[in-house]
Design a protein around this ligand. Structure first.
Ligand SMILES: [Fe+2]
Ligand SMILES: [Fe+2]
Length: 398
């Protein structure tokens, strides 16, 4: 005979092989510790399974003389979670400054059982990686993904004169090289960001996906009418390699996003303006929209950090100077790329047109410099220092 005070649960035909534990656990959760639960059921294996389950979960198990079962709610489940803690709050506004390593891969806001692994995510300081803009920028980036197969009208192209086509191929070859650096850097950084700052990880993941598409569309435009890519110089690759070797999150995103991708905004506008065919115009225009977002995140998190850390500007300055010194013996921009830009802006082979193209490329340099100085100004550099630092930026643009 079961106790008169016991709660009752009838499992009907349901056995432990088909989920009976869910109903038993739910009924026990409703009881205070040492509360009693009478369980009935028709499954022939119920007694065996129920006894084993209770032993494993730390609940008491009793047989009554009439063949029923009575459980006594134990404290083991409660004790298992006694040392647990919340991994911060779930919302972006509830992030903590330094999430501990043992929160690891737990969802932000989850109840984290004590013990377990302590994976190393060395970018674990809110004030280094976070920007309040990150959740909104991520949502915007996810909504703005485009399909290279359909976003570009690949048929909308006539055969260009061979030397104009060659100029396009050279510029595309250069862009692919730069996009590959821009892909690798956020991909490396995101693997080091503590998952607590998941919107930053998500944003970097979409940024890497953006660059993967840029690599695709620029390669595809290069090979649209031929099967030969242009040239890649040692100086261009040296410039990009200094970006890959910067381990500091803030300095890497400063050099890549604020200065490099910032300069590329002007380059992509230039190519949009002077593109000799619709496909070249479309691919540069699509990439530019994405790049503007990459620059926005770099600026947002550095502005966040600059407001908290007065020493940041000195470190940014040091990064520009170190990179300038490292590249002082290299040639900078591929001369083939420079010439190709002049030819694209000229549009034809007359002395007047070439002079016009040359002036346009000088105008491009001035626009890049102006953009860099403005962004440096927004990070708190006075005008004269911003001008000096902008002038030290790599001649390779990225
Ligand atoms: Fe890109
Ligand atoms: Fe980018």
């Amino acid at each position: 005979m079961t106790s008169a005070t016991a709660a009752r649960l009838d499992l009907g035909q349901l056995g432990f092989e088909h989920g009976a534990h869910l109903l038993v656990a739910r009924a026990l959760r409703a009881l205070p510790p040492t509360g009693r639960l009478a369980v009935d059921g028709a499954d022939p294996a119920l007694g065996v399974h129920l006894r084993a389950w209770c032993r494993h979960r730390g609940h008491g198990f009793e047989l009554d003389p009439e063949g029923g079962y009575e459980l006594v709610s134990g404290r083991a489940e409660e004790q298992r979670w006694a040392g647990a803690e919340r991994a911060g709050g779930a919302a972006p506004e509830q992030i903590v400054r330094r999430p501990p390593a043992h929160w690891g891969l737990a969802a932000r806001g989850a109840l984290v059982e004590a013990g377990g692994p302590t994976p190393s995510f060395d970018l674990d300081d809110r004030d280094v990686v976070w920007a309040d803009l990150a959740p909104r920028l991520y949502a915007h980036a996810a909504a703005a993904q485009w399909d290279p197969a359909t976003a570009v009208d690949w048929e909308a192209t006539d055969d260009l004169p061979a030397d104009i086509e060659a100029a396009v191929v050279q510029v595309m070859t250069y862009l692919v090289e730069n996009e590959q650096a821009a892909l690798v850097i956020p991909a490396r950084l995101l693997a080091r960001v503590h998952p607590h700052f998941r919107e930053v990880q998500q944003l970097l993941a979409v940024q890497a996906a953006d660059e993967a598409r840029h690599v695709e569309v620029f390669s595809r435009r290069a090979l649209l009418h031929g099967n030969q890519m242009g040239t890649s110089t040692a100086g261009g690759r040296a410039s990009l390699t200094t970006l890959l070797s910067e381990p500091d999150f803030s300095l890497a995103s400063f050099l890549l996003s604020v200065l490099g991708e910032g300069s590329f905004l002007a380059l992509l506008s230039f190519l949009d303006q002077h593109a000799p065919d619709p496909v070249t115009r479309q691919v540069t225009r699509l990439a530019r929209v994405d790049e503007a977002r990459h620059v926005a995140f770099g600026m947002a998190h550095l502005q966040h950090q600059a407001a908290l850390d007065p020493a940041l500007r000195g470190r940014l300055r040091g990064a520009i100077e170190r990179r300038h010194d490292a590249l002082s013996d290299t040639a900078g921009l591929n001369a083939d790329v420079f010439d190709a830009l002049v030819v694209l802006a000229a549009g034809e082979w007359t002395p007047e047109a070439i002079a016009r193209g040359y002036r346009a490329v000088q105008g491009l340099h001035a626009a890049m410099d102006e953009g860099r100085r403005q962004r440096l100004g927004r990070l708190g550099f006075p005008d004269d220092e911003a001008a000096e630092l902008s002038a030290l930026h790599t001649r390779n643009f990225m």
